[in-house]
Design a protein around this ligand. Structure first.
Ligand SMILES: [Zn+2]
Ligand SMILES: [Zn+2]
Length: 117
């Protein structure tokens, strides 16, 4: 069997051939239909506010990193909402509700919040 056999796009009714998964057109459409981070409040205003916060809080402030000296922590790249409600929550723009985090530690915390209870 040739390695890159084309198959019909799995989207019902779509006749396009594609090497794997959905054809590019259907992929783009699936992306467009998914709720974007923008609709959850992660818009330009939030990006500006969180970027400013990260300048003052360059190191990860997660529970695991907090006890470590700054140089042993991960560099923070995102701002987490301690209340878990995001920028649209009542404290979405309250810096006391923010925590600078590295991407890896942020996903770890999100996973714990989701599965840990
Ligand atoms: Zn398709
Ligand atoms: Zn951390």
């Amino acid at each position: 069997m040739p390695r890159k056999a084309l198959q019909v796009c799995p989207t019902p009714g779509c006749p396009n051939l594609t090497p794997q998964g959905r054809c590019p057109g259907c992929q783009a459409q699936a992306r467009a239909e998914r709720p974007t981070s923008h609709s959850r409040g992660y818009d330009r205003r939030w990006l500006r506010a969180s970027a400013a916060y990260l300048q003052d809080h360059p190191y990860c402030e997660c529970d695991d990193c907090a006890p470590l000296p700054p140089l042993q922590r991960d560099l923070a790249t995102e701002v987490d909402h301690i209340d878990g409600l995001g920028p649209l929550g009542p404290r979405g723009y309250d810096p006391a509700n923010w925590q600078a985090m590295s991407k890896a530690h942020h996903s770890r915390k999100t996973a714990r919040d989701t599965f840990g209870h």
